[in-house]
Design a protein around this ligand. Structure first.
Ligand SMILES: Nc1ncnc2c1ncn2[C@@H]1O[C@H](COP(=O)(O)OP(=O)(O)OP(=O)(O)O)[C@@H](O)[C@H]1O
Ligand SMILES: [Mg+2]
Length: 251
């Protein structure tokens, strides 16, 4: 599904290299967790996958189902099924969440060669998905993310994800700011998206989320490289011992 080979990327504005020879493969049906100290490049990697223009890839390859996505702009990547749930979701004043969802879903359907949803069908789907995620329907009338609490923003991200049915989902610290119940609701939402033809990347600092979303693989990102990969036990090891040992071994 996703293959990243020897990726090097820098900040477009000042040329600082953030991703420094990163290799990562995530297969279809797999949930991969990425962990790593603050500032190691996790969010940067997710922005680069989504195609944000603030970063420049200088070397290496990102392949989605065997095809390079580096030349594609963010909307083309979204059409190919790449979905990124941001660490800090953006507020979109003036656009009701419902309206945003409708446009996003229909764009996605157009890209797949499917017909637009009828309004009743759209509303039915949104209501069902919102209920699953325990999102108050009143919230859907408000502008997307504007004035939403931290936890509400995260739920809204998962709502978008479940409606858009992406093939590659990247969740950047979706657990941060969630209360204990919301963490479970959001994790259930993500688990419901597990599918043999979808890959999910979960970026998190804490093992706690991985108790709910049990990953198939765990990768440690440090200074722009994956320095260790393992099974779910690796997350327990990190929780117990921190990063020092692994960083020492990689040096
Ligand atoms: N646009 C930018 N301008 C300046 N520095 C940047 C920019 N984008 C990323 N960086 C720097 O790149 C490094 C990696 O940042 P990134 O946000 O990817 O880290 P992270 O692993 O997601 O950290 P955290 O766990 O705190 O979320 C940091 O040192 C950050 O300051
Ligand atoms: Mg980050």
């Amino acid at each position: 599904m996703l293959e990243i080979r020897n990726l090097h990327a820098r900040i477009a504005e000042d040329g600082t290299e953030i991703i420094r020879g990163l290799n990562l493969t995530v297969n279809k049906g797999e949930v991969a967790a990425i962990m790593g100290p603050n500032g190691s490049g996790k969010s940067t990697l997710s922005y680069i996958l989504a195609g944000r223009e603030d970063y420049e890839v200088t070397e290496g390859e990102i392949l989605l189902n065997g095809e390079s996505i580096l030349e594609l702009d963010p909307s083309e990547r979204a059409a190919k099924g790449v979905f990124l749930a941001f660490q800090y979701p953006v507020e979109i004043p003036g656009v009701a969440t419902m309206q945003f969802l409708k446009v996003a879903m229909n764009e996605q359907r157009k890209a797949r060669g499917e017909a637009e949803l009828t309004t009743p069908d759209f509303i039915k789907r949104v209501k069902a998905a919102a209920e699953e995620l325990k999102i108050n329907p009143d919230m859907l009338r408000r502008p997307l993310n504007v004035g939403f609490s931290g936890g509400e923003k995260k739920r809204a991200e998962i709502l978008q994800m479940s409606l858009l049915e992406p093939s590659l989902c990247v969740l950047d610290e979706t657990d941060s700011g969630l209360d204990i119940d919301a963490l479970k609701v959001v994790a259930d939402g993500v688990n419901a998206l597990r599918s043999p033809d979808r890959a999910i990347i979960v970026i998190t600092h804490y093992q706690r989320l991985l108790d709910y979303i049990v990953p198939d693989t765990v990768h440690v990102l440090y200074k722009g490289q994956i320095i260790r990969s393992g099974a779910k036990e690796l997350a327990h090891e990190l929780e117990a011992n921190g990063y020092a040992e692994i960083i020492g071994q990689a040096a």
